[in-house]
Write a protein that binds this ligand. Structure first.
Ligand SMILES: [Zn+2]
Ligand SMILES: [Zn+2]
Length: 288
């Protein structure tokens, strides 16, 4: 049994440490297949995205460890790409131009402030509150509708291989201050996005970062979303969204147990450059 992770960051964005430390730790943790997905450069000043001047070094480093560790662990090259409806096509362009092995598409920004600065929805609560007020007149339902609308736009117009943390916006709701996650309108928006994901044929990640960072009480997506994915027969993969080598399989065991309880039997893995479904248990994916 072995684990996989296709959502990881290291020092070129807001992740830390050298690529070698990540790969060595991944091997120590018995990973057979591991993908790097640093935050892609964006068209505005943003402290946690990769600087475009680092992009070629980042790609070269991954190519280097691919060869260096061949036969011990499969290394894959990707980016976590931000989606902006007005820049649709970027995900496919990145994949083609940079020869990425797969793409991970995520929503971290929703619309813009008056000065043109995109609203970051998974940053500090103060920034979240500012955007909610200035862009959406404090109407949380409207803001969430827009968040899921952009998600759907990405799936329909520039579909990534993997849909990243589909309901990450709920991290702002950790103290249950903004909205009721059990309300029918919220479930409907999330459900619609997952239905489009099913039609689009993307893999939806089960992201454990909120759990080990203690920013969410459930994975992204949580139980309701997972049940919908099961009903819709959407292929899933397990990702930690690690930013440090110690986070590479954070909360995997508990999450795998939960997925089994919910009736999932297989996880998608990238093996010899091909996505395949493999059975799994609490100790990992059956690799053979
Ligand atoms: Zn992300
Ligand atoms: Zn990430």
């Amino acid at each position: 049994m072995s684990w996989t992770n296709y959502h990881s960051h290291y020092k070129y964005c807001d992740g830390v440490d050298d690529i070698d430390h990540h790969v060595q730790k991944a091997m120590e943790l018995r990973l057979k297949s591991f993908g790097f997905s640093s935050h892609s450069p964006v068209h505005f000043e943003n402290k946690w995205s990769m600087d475009s001047k680092d992009l070629s070094t980042y790609l070269e480093e991954i190519d280097h460890v691919k060869t260096q560790y061949a036969g011990q662990i499969e290394i894959y090259k990707s980016l976590e790409i931000d989606y902006f409806p007005e820049k649709s096509g970027l995900i496919q362009n990145f994949q083609r131009d940079l020869h990425l092995d797969y793409t991970l598409g995520s929503i971290h920004f929703v619309d813009v402030f008056e000065d043109g600065q995109p609203w970051e929805i998974d940053g500090p609560q103060l920034v979240f509150e500012k955007g909610l007020q200035e862009i959406f007149g404090n109407d949380i339902e409207k803001a969430l509708r827009r968040y899921f609308e952009i998600t759907i736009h990405m799936l329909e117009h520039d579909c990534p291989t993997i849909l990243g943390h589909v309901d990450k916006i709920k991290m702002q709701n950790h103290n249950k201050f903004f909205f009721d996650e059990q309300s029918s309108w919220y479930k409907d928006y999330l459900s619609q996005a997952l239905e489009v994901a099913a039609q689009a044929g993307t893999i939806v990640e089960v992201n454990t970062r909120g759990l080990y960072k203690k920013r969410a009480s459930e994975t992204y997506p949580g139980n309701f979303g997972l049940q919908r994915l099961k009903e819709l027969k959407v292929p899933i993969c397990l990702n930690s969204d690690s930013h440090h080598p110690r986070e590479i399989i954070g909360e995997y065991e508990n999450t795998a147990l939960l997925l089994k309880e919910l009736g999932f039997r297989e996880l998608m893995v990238l093996k010899d450059n091909v996505w395949i479904a493999r059975p799994f248990g609490e100790k990992g994916v059956s690799w053979k």
